[in-house]
Design a protein around this ligand. Structure first.
Ligand code: MG
Length: 180
């Protein structure tokens, strides 16, 4: 649908066959609908009990959105907002796993595979730590890689700013790809 950019892996080898990608996402957190606009708190495809949930067009899974953008970024493809616009009603309440699957299909289409992925979730509450292993296992399953190739870290924002006040969740993610 889009012309490959100059640095697209399909246009030739670069960087010893290695590609790095970075993804970032942030979603506002609100009281769960119908009181507020929040959706059930889903992170990395895992539903976590919480009194507030992310606001968004799809299932608002900030971690899977950051993973998707890291994969797309590594191959120089358009980002998640361009591929899956939130103005498209087909994406309403959508399981964000489909975004990851499409990004992964594009990565594999470039003859690349995942070496490892590392993400940091910044969120005041709920506590992510107790759910970390389940989240890692689910992302590894989605990506078709060993659990050891995926890492998810969680930290708070020390009570500072909107994230620290529990009004938003933020995720940073990097992924390394290599040619097969
Ligand atoms: Mg998002």
């Amino acid at each position: 649908m889009t012309t490959n950019p100059v640095n697209h892996p399909n246009n030739g080898p670069s960087g010893a066959g290695l590609r790095i990608g970075h993804g970032y996402d942030l979603h506002r957190l609100d009281e769960l609908a119908p009181i507020g606009q929040g959706r059930p708190f889903v992170l990395g495809g895992v539903q976590i009990p919480a009194d507030r949930g992310p606001v968004g067009h799809s299932d608002a899974d900030a971690l899977l959105h950051a993973v998707t953008d890291a994969l797309l970024g590594a191959i120089g493809d358009p980002d998640i907002g361009q591929l899956f616009p939130d103005t498209d009603p087909r994406h309403e309440s959508k399981d964000s796993a489909v975004f990851v699957e499409e990004a992964l299909r594009r990565v594999h289409g470039c003859g690349l595979g995942i070496v490892n992925l590392d993400a940091t979730v910044v969120c005041e509450r709920p506590k992510i730590g107790p759910h970390r292993e389940v989240i890692i296992a689910n992302i590894a399953r989605l990506l078709g890689v060993e659990i050891g190739a995926v890492n998810v870290k969680a930290k708070t924002h020390e009570g500072v700013d909107a994230i620290g006040e529990g009004l938003a969740i933020e995720v940073h993610c990097v992924v390394l790809l290599a040619g097969g």
